[in-house]
Every structure is written in structure tokens, then in C-alpha cells.
Design a protein around this ligand. Sequence first.
Ligand code: RRO
Length: 314
Amino acid sequence: MPNLTTHFCNATFNNPLMNASGVHCMTIEEINQLAGSAAGSFVTKSATKAARIGNPEPRYINLSLGSINSMGLPNNGLSYYLEDAINRQKNAPDKAFILSVASYEGYHEYVENMKVIEESEYTGLVELNLSCPNVPGKPQMAYDFADTKRLLTDICAFYKKPFGVKLPPYFDLLHFDKMAEILNQFPIKFINSINSIGNGLYIDPKTDTVVIKPKAGFGGIGGEYVKPTALANVRAFYTRLRSDIEIIGTGGILSGQDAYEHLLCGATMLQIGTQLEKEGLTVFTRIQTELLKIMAEKGYQTIDEFRGKLKEIN
Ligand code: RRO
């Protein structure tokens, strides 16, 4: 019988499945439910310095092929998630998870937030979200290559704990080359690829109306729509990043086959956003069962036997 044991950033997990940040991780109650679920680990809602209520509703809509959102970084503030993370580390030191941190104000808030974490007792993993597409007037940091390099330079000058970056999708091979070249210069432990595909538009055919209120209906697209883009991003970075930088594959994971494909492209952990929102916490057991079945059919005992081994046509 195959097993899904996963090693990621010096920690061991029963399986590679996690929530994607933003789904089921806003409150300590939701985080506790994730921690007690069949997921191998979890990530918290991207936190800003101050708590935020986010954009006006409706701001998240499930679609038949995925979802569209313009949440606008609603969260309970960094100190809420950081205090909870410190408590969790004390109570269950062998259960690793990821604290997600973002910025509403821009460049300087990213630096300030990382300073707060560096000076805290928390020593676990941090995901620096460089790709929120939904703050009106604020571009996605990781689409600005020069600013991303400057920000990582500033942060790495003082930040000495393990961290990774959440990236937006890229669509050009030169952009993969450029971003990988930047990331390879820094002691990051992982990347998470991809965030939602920013600024899509969905129209209700019955009413000729957009379906979310913020930003005239423009929002981040997730789910089935984004799987080919997500797989391409995971693969592109797997083949370009230093081998010690691990990859969290996110985007379009609805089934064991989708999970298998992300692993084949080189992902180590796997995050589920839209499908978790649609199906609830039982998604984790279902996808594990489906993935184990695929592995058994292909004769694999462990994920390490096939991770990254996507075949090309010669
Ligand atoms: O809160 C959001 O609007 C949001 C964030 Br921070 C993100 O990183 N990705 C997304 O699709 N929505």
C-alpha cells in the first residue's frame, strides 16, 4: 500500500494537502478545524499589520468551472495570527504549518510585518504573499521584478527564519527566467505557485451583470479554469529554481489526478482553495484516496518516486 508521507522544509507531514490561504483560515476556530482535519498541514489567511474588513460584498462567487474573488485582504491583523501561531508551536511543536503575511499599504508594510515576525517567538514557516490581486490601486508586488528584488534584499538583511513567497501566475517564458533568477539569489526555502489569475471577469448570462461588487466585477480566478496555468508555473519554476527551493503547487486541484499532475511537475506540498470552499473539509480525504489509488495503479510506493518526473516528447 503506497503512502503520502511528505518532507517539506525540514518537517514531516502525513500527506501534502493543505488549504490555500484565504479559504477556511480567517479565524482561530477555522484554523483549529483545519488542524484537526485530514489535511497534512494548513496556512493562515494572509495577514496585514492592522485588521481589515476587506472589500464590499458580494466578493466571492463559486462558478461551475471555478471561482472569482475580490476579497480585498479581510483578516484579523498580524498579531492575531502570530499569537495563535506561537501558541500552536508551543502546544504541538512537531505539527508544522505556514503563517501567511501580506501588505495593504505596500512596500514598507511588507518589511515592517516581517520585522514583527523576526522579533517574535515564532520560528516556523512564513509565506510572504507577493501576489494579492484585489487591493484597489495597489499592483501585485511580484509583477514588479525590480521592486521584488529590492524587497527581498531588504527583508533578507534582517530576517533569518525560514520563509517562502507566494507568486502570481506568469505567462511568458522570459518572466519565468527573470523571476527565477531573482529568487535564486535569496535564501528562500519555498515558493507557492500560483495565486489566483488576477483580474478576470465573469458575467451572469441571465442578467448581463458582473457577479462581484468590488472593482467593477474584476477578480481573481481560481479552480478548474487555472489548472494548466498552475501546472506550467510549477513546472517552469521547478526547472529553474535552485534544487533546495521547494514548491507548493496551488491551482485547479479538484481530484487525485490533479494532485498527481502537480507532483509530477515538481510540487512538494499541494494547496486547495476553490474546491475546499465548494466541498468542505472532506475534500482532503477524498483527494488522498484518489491519489493513493493512482499511485497503486502506477506501482509507486512513495511520492518521491515520481515527483518532478514529468515526461517530454523527444
Ligand atoms: O484577499 C484577497 O482578496 C485575496 C488575496 Br490576499 C490573495 O492573495 N489572493 C486572492 O485571490 N484574494
